[in-house]
Design a protein around this ligand. Structure first.
Ligand code: SF4
Length: 241
């Protein structure tokens, strides 16, 4: 019989999925919970993981953590690379957008680990663009139960789970709680990190010091082309005044 694996990131969608699967074992048998840890998650993610590990251990459910082959920061900043556009250089730079090297490692590691198993994946009912990911034996209990991202967040909050850091819930200031260094973050999210999470902002600035490519590419009449995090910080400071 197939093994059944829940793949979790400890964000609202996969946390809802795990809670629901645990509450409905006849509909969703579960043998193992797997978390791929990039090492670049927000602390709140690790906090919710730690909270759930207790319940998994109580129920005797196997828990596995997978990791990238190299530390994330090594691949980002130091790994020797040969590319057509840039020739020899060090590090892939920011991860996100069309250059989601971290996601590639993650998907490959999870699929390798789950070979032959049924994989429960946390794709919400209102994430139509991600449905193509449900190939082979991959299932989304969220889609099957009609749960949107907002439904999942409410459900988790009703059960006492939050993603609070520095006095704010990450889901109140970010559209997605992914790696803190993910360059998919939009301007609103970056402004909120600068305003509410200065420690993470400092870490982002430190990375920008070591990565030539600007974090984002923006263009407007007032600032021309911008997107380097140091420039963005000056813009945020001016806005604040
Ligand atoms: S969340 Fe962003 S930074 Fe993290 S692996 Fe995915 S694309 Fe890369």
């Amino acid at each position: 019989m197939n093994r059944h694996i829940a793949e979790v990131s400890w964000g609202r969608d996969s946390l809802w999925m795990l809670l629901y699967v645990l509450e409905h074992p006849e509909q969703y048998p579960l043998d193992e919970v797997v978390f791929y840890d990039t090492g670049m998650e927000f602390q709140a993610i690790y906090n919710n993981r730690n909270k759930m590990l207790y319940y998994l251990a109580q129920r005797g459910i196997k828990y596995t953590e997978l990791y990238p082959d190299n530390p994330f920061l090594y691949d980002m900043l130091e790994r020797p690379i040969e590319s057509k556009q840039k020739g020899r250089h060090n590090g892939y730079g920011w991860c996100g957008g069309r250059c989601r090297w971290g996601t590639t490692w993650k998907t490959q590691a999870l699929d390798r680990h789950a070979a032959g198993a049924v994989q429960y994946i946390g794709i919400a009912a209102d994430e139509a663009h991600r449905r193509a990911e449900l190939t082979g034996t991959k299932r989304s209990p969220l889609i099957e139960q009609g749960m949107t991202e907002a439904d999942c967040l409410q459900y988790c909050r009703d059960r006492g789970y939050t993603w609070t850091e520095n006095g704010v819930d990450l889901y109140d200031i970010l559209d997605r709680v992914s790696c803190w260094c993910c360059c998919n973050k939009n301007l609103k999210e970056l402004r909120n990190i600068w305003r509410y999470l200065p420690e993470y902002w400092e870490r982002l600035i430190n990375l920008q010091e070591r990565i030539e490519r600007p974090f984002k590419k923006y263009k407007n009449k007032k600032y021309g082309e911008y997107g380097d995090l140091r420039t963005l910080q000056k813009i945020f400071e001016q806005e604040e005044k």
